[in-house]
Ligand binder design. Structure first.
Ligand SMILES: Nc1ncnc2c1ncn2[C@@H]1O[C@H](COP(=O)(O)OP(=O)(O)OP(=O)(O)O)[C@@H](O)[C@H]1O
Ligand SMILES: [Mg+2]
Length: 138
């Protein structure tokens, strides 16, 4: 599915619409440059899954967790340098099956992304954004 977003609100809405279909065990892998809108997309999703959660880019924290009916993990792999580094963050101990995971900068650790991840590619298209959602189950 491809969505064209004209502003940050439309990117948030695209995240919210995807969130309606998510449940425990879903891993959403986000791809796109600095400032593409990955965190905006997650903010929209979180407004459905865990309303009121203070969504911010976990670039330094690596991982945020938001309460909700189902725990929501928000990761950013931008600063991760290889698999040993990722291992030390606890990434491989995440309760993936019982939670919903959003992971920014998946291009940094391609081998660590589950095969069944829902992939979201965000690219700039002039002032807007092209959002491609590739669901392996679709
Ligand atoms: N159509 C759009 N969709 C999303 N963001 C937009 C759009 N147009 C402008 N923006 C702006 O682009 C920025 C996107 O920031 P955001 O933090 O979501 O990007 P990011 O991909 O998470 O970056 P990073 O790689 O640094 O984590 C915001 O400042 C937002 O206001
Ligand atoms: Mg971000």
């Amino acid at each position: 599915m491809i969505i064209y977003s004209k502003d940050v609100g439309q990117t948030e809405k695209a995240g919210a619409e995807l969130a309606e279909k998510l449940g425990p065990g879903d891993f959403v892998a986000l791809y796109g440059d600095l400032g593409a809108g990955k965190t905006a997309f997650v903010r929209g999703a979180a407004s459905v899954l865990c309303p009121g959660a203070p969504v911010c880019s976990p670039t330094y924290a690596i991982m945020n967790v938001y309460g909700g009916k189902v725990p929501v993990y928000h990761l950013d792999l931008y600063r991760i340098d290889g698999d040993d580094d990722l291992y030390s963050t606890g990434y491989y101990d995440l309760p993936v099956g019982q939670s919903i995971v959003f992971c920014e900068w998946c291009e940094k650790c391609p081998e660590a992304i589950p095969d069944n991840a829902i992939k979201v590619f965000i690219t700039r298209d002039g002032d807007g954004r092209r959002i491609e959602i590739a669901d392996t189950c679709a």
